[in-house]
Design a protein around this ligand. Structure first.
Ligand SMILES: O=P(O)(O)OC[C@H]1O[C@H](O)[C@H](O)[C@@H](O)[C@@H]1O
Length: 449
């Protein structure tokens, strides 16, 4: 059997009793039943459950073809999207491909440079990105499920103009790939009008659960990562999540333990990594859990730290500040690359005690030491073990967290699949920008500024 992403809470066993687990097991199994029987709130957004086995195979082939075309005719790919239309692709590419992807030589990378935009409203960022693209050949993947989100729409308008000026309208259209709703939204209309190749975000898959649709798959494929293996990993984890009982179902256990800790007053979960390549997996995870659970004045606040880096900035607080948090450590068990420390004839820096040791050994020692120190400081420590830095493991990890998130949301008693709270800032922003239809609200807001 292929090695599995696993969950381990043994270091937290001092704060969680067997009785608590027994009673949460029942609640967790009920939540799983609600999820799988599609009888809970938001049940029209459960397309992600079967996605790893039940996806559009023709579209999948089209994604691979489009990726090859982009690889052959572009030095740069711009991925325009925000939130769920951005974080999954970036998480995968940064985890699976070279840590200095855009900086290494083309001979090493072999695929186009990839830059992300439409994930902020900074003019400086866009201006500088235009400079980076320069006069090189480029393509654009505009990704927006709704097709109406302001940040990506603004960035797209700018790069669409740049493409049309460079290649002419007809040729530019062949370098624009639109991933959006199958029928509605401004982007869909634009794509139909201009003849762009389009990919579909299924109706029943919400943005933050969409990494295994064209949303994530096209940029990931362009980067040279193997999207077939990514789907296989997710499918493998799906089997476990759907079919195994609680005792052998780590995703269910993770959902259960985090809810036990929440009910004990731990209101912040910090996802930790010891590999820089996992940074954007944490960013993806924060949206997944934050938007799914943070509502009705409830939910764990999902935070993240990169370690050991942040031990030198946030370590003090975690060890010794307000006792409001627990940690979930993503542990990469077998990194694909490593470095060994050499012996120096004169031990001037005092590091000879590490000679012959690998960085991974030092890193894991730092991790274990930190886990014990934080446990002693009353920060319960959970761990998610990731066997390898490869597509199969990452596919498993994505599904592991998605399934836990759906179950955990139902344990919490919220609708894990909507995000009504996101609209408030948008309405204010539109009013302040003078968007037609927001006149009354604009007047009210202007009085407050
Ligand atoms: O894909 P889009 O429709 O452009 O949405 C992008 C993101 O922005 C929205 O405001 C939602 O809160 C997110 O859930 C979504 O992932």
């Amino acid at each position: 059997m292929a090695s599995q992403v696993r969950f381990d809470y043994s270091l937290a066993s001092n704060v969680i009793s067997e009785d608590e687990i027994k009673s949460m097991e029942k609640i967790t199994n009920d939540a799983k039943d609600v999820l799988l029987s599609k009888s809970g709130a938001g049940s029209d957004f459960l397309g992600w459950i079967d996605l790893p086995v039940d996806y559009d195979k023709d579209e999948f082939a089209r994604i691979q073809k489009a990726a090859q075309k982009i690889q052959s005719d572009s030095e740069v790919l711009l991925v325009i999207g925000i939130g769920g239309s951005y974080l999954g692709a970036r998480a995968a590419i940064e985890f699976l491909r070279h840590g200095f992807y855009n900086s290494v030589s083309k001979e090493i990378r072999k695929t186009p440079e990839i830059y992300y935009c439409g994930n902020s409203l900074s003019g400086t960022y866009l201006k500088q990105l235009i400079e980076v693209v320069g006069d090189r050949d480029f393509s654009v993947n505009i990704i927006s499920k709704s097709g109406t989100t302001t940040e990506p729409a603004v960035a797209f308008r700018i790069f669409k103009e740049m493409l049309e000026n460079k290649y002419g309208k007809e040729e530019a259209a062949k370098r624009i790939y639109a991933t959006t709703d199958k029928a509605k939204g401004a982007l869909k209309n634009l794509a139909t009008e201009e003849g762009y190749e389009t990919f579909v975000v299924p109706d029943d898959v919400g943005g933050r659960f969409s990494v295994l649709t064209a949303v994530g798959l096209l940029p990931i494929a362009v980067s040279g990562a193997d999207i077939t293996k990514l789907m296989e990993g997710a499918a493998d984890m799906r089997q476990t999540c759907l079919n195994k009982d609680f005792a052998e179902n780590d995703s269910l256990k993770y959902a259960a333990i985090r809810n036990i800790l929440l009910r004990k007053g731990k209101s912040v979960e910090i996802l930790c990594n010891y590999e820089p390549s996992l940074h954007y997996v944490s960013e993806w995870w924060k949206q997944l859990f934050g938007e799914s659970e943070g509502k009705d004045q409830k939910g764990l606040f999902p935070a993240s730290v990169d370690l050991t880096t942040d031990l030198h900035s946030m370590g003090q607080f975690i060890q010794d500040g307000s006792r409001i948090m627990f940690e979930t450590v993503m542990e990469l068990e077998n990194p694909s690359l490593d470095v060994t420390i050499n012996e120096e004839p004169v031990d001037l820096d005092g590091l000879n005690y590490l000679s012959g040791k690998t960085l991974d050994f030092i890193n894991k020692s730092a991790m274990k030491g930190t886990q014990l120190a934080h446990t002693d400081g009353n920060v319960p420590n959970l761990s998610v073990k990731l066997p390898k830095q490869d597509e199969f493991s990452l596919g498993q990890l994505f599904y592991f967290f998605e399934f836990a998130c759906g179950v955990s949301g139902y344990i919490l008693g919220v609708n894990p699949f909507n995000q009504p709270g996101v609209e408030s800032y948008k309405a204010n922003m539109f009013a302040l920008l003078g968007k037609p239809g927001y006149e009354a609200q604009r007047e009210e807001l202007m009085k407050r500024l």
